[in-house]
Design a protein around this ligand. Structure first.
Ligand code: TRP
Length: 445
């Protein structure tokens, strides 16, 4: 049931933090966060979101990392080892969720590659003529092209995962994550100095607390969950490569902080620019792939800014996709005794194939229960499997493996975690209840 040699480990605490932050920071931060914020009233949503990240998100992430480091195994093996019985199902659900999420994540990741290139080949001209939407529509209706870029994206993902933990994931995250920060800062400087940017800043950063409703809180909960890569054993798997000396709570705080920073910075790129050019803040998926090219086209050096931005989104999506494939690969490596190379390539290929129906469904011709296949896959994973997984992970620490969790988080009693009891309490009650609410809300098809 396990590999025989010594388990690979992150080279350092900062290596782990950057890799886990690389998992958390993805399309969820740069594309989904601004659009959900735009649709939920701006500043007030941001306040609720940040509060939820640091109460519930922090607690569930701490639970996942503790489980993984104690068991030193993949999501399924960890539950088998620590408790056994039906708890392995939580890990199984996680592997299934990783498989499904990556199938369409790869499709959207492919768009970012397409847009890096298109920035230099006509996207700016189309944007200047108000036709960025047509370019996007034309692209996604050409399934062959979409699948081609999806394949490129998946190849990049597989390549990093098969290189292994220290050599692959950690090494690339160490280079890619700081690069992402730098590019974001450059884009913010550009965005904030546009005429009329102030209104966007106000919308984004001035909370109008009267706009907080039940729906706002639910949207914030769901976004926090997806953005932090929680609920499917991703952080269990990454935690399993963590050495015993690292203090987990401080690492988890930093991961939550970095993820939130990137989301907030992405909003600082998008809202000032959107308001400066009269673009609807709640435009949804179009905000990134349709609206921003028009915005860039009106900027001096448009192709450069546009390609930099989509390169940023590509980097973020890649480091997230790596973590999704790693969850699936680690399961086959630990539980089936597969080699890393075989696991990465075979599972990467299978996931790529499962993504093709999602790519095709962008033409609007492939629906399941009234939803495009891609949306249906996202619904099944994000609204059913992830909330259920997170619910059980919190319950596991709060009620089943509580003493083990205390030991693991305190490094066998050598480290004093001063909010230990508050954390256990959140895992017992607040987190399961809140997640259950998202779950039921999500089930409203
Ligand atoms: N968090 C990533 C994003 O924001 C996506 C992601 C990667 C994810 N791994 C995950 C989401 C595990 C849920 C669970 O884009």
């Amino acid at each position: 049931m396990s590999n025989n040699g010594e388990r690979e480990q992150w080279g350092s605490k900062i290596g782990f933090i950057l890799a886990a932050a690389g998992s958390a920071i993805g399309l969820g931060n740069i594309w989904r966060f601004p659009y959900i914020t735009g649709q939920n009233g701006g500043g007030a949503f941001v306040v609720v979101y940040v509060a939820i990240v640091f109460i519930i998100g922090f607690s569930v992430m701490l639970a996942e990392v503790a489980i993984g480091r104690r068991a030193q195994l993949n999501a399924v093996g960890s539950f088998k080892k620590l408790k056994g019985g039906a708890w392995a199902i939580v890990g199984w659900m996680g592997v299934a969720a990783g498989f499904i999420i990556l199938s369409y994540y790869g499709v959207i990741g492919g768009w970012t590659i397409k847009y890096i290139i298109s920035s230099w080949t006509g996207l700016m001209e189309a944007g200047a003529a108000g036709k960025a939407g047509d370019v996007f529509g034309g692209f996604v209706s050409n399934t062959f092209q979409v699948v081609f870029y999806q394949a490129l994206f998946m190849l990049a993902t597989i390549w990093v995962v098969y290189r292994g933990i220290g050599e692959g994931i950690e090494k690339y995250c160490k280079i890619l994550m700081p690069a992402l920060f730098v590019i974001l800062l450059i884009l913010i400087a550009r965005s904030l100095t546009l005429d009329g940017a102030g209104k966007g800043v106000e919308f984004y950063l001035k909370p109008d607390l009267s706009k907080i409703t039940g729906d706002t809180v639910l949207a914030a909960l769901g976004q926090a969950f997806f953005s932090l890569s929680l609920g499917m054993g991703c952080m269990i798997t990454y935690g399993s490569y963590l050495n015993k000396e690292t203090t987990i709570p401080s690492a988890v705080v930093q991961i939550c902080f970095l993820d939130t920073m990137v989301a907030l910075l992405a909003g600082l790129v998008i809202f000032p620019a959107a308001f400066a050019f009269g673009v609807e803040a709640g435009a949804g998926a179009g905000l990134t792939f349709v609206t921003l090219p028009s915005v860039f086209s009106k900027m001096p050096g448009g192709p450069l800014w546009s390609s930099l931005f989509f390169l940023l989104v590509f980097i973020a999506a890649l480091t997230s996709a790596i973590s999704l494939l790693e969850v699936v690969a680690a399961y086959f490596i630990d539980e089936m005794n597969w080699g890393r190379q075989k696991a990465a390539w075979l599972m990467g290929l299978a996931i790529f194939l499962l993504g093709i129906p999602s790519a095709y469904s962008l033409t609007g011709n492939f629906k399941i229960a009234g939803k495009d296949f891609l949306d249906a896959a996202d619904f099944l994973a994000s609204n059913i499997l992830l909330p259920l997984g997170g619910l059980f992970i919190a319950l596991f620490v709060g009620w089943i493996w509580t003493e083990g969790a205390r030991k693991e988080v305190s490094n066998d009693g050598t480290y004093h975690f001063n909010i230990m009891e508050a954390w256990i309490w959140v895992c017992r009650t607040i987190a399961p209840i809140a997640i259950a609410i998202i779950f039921w809300q999500g089930l409203r098809w």
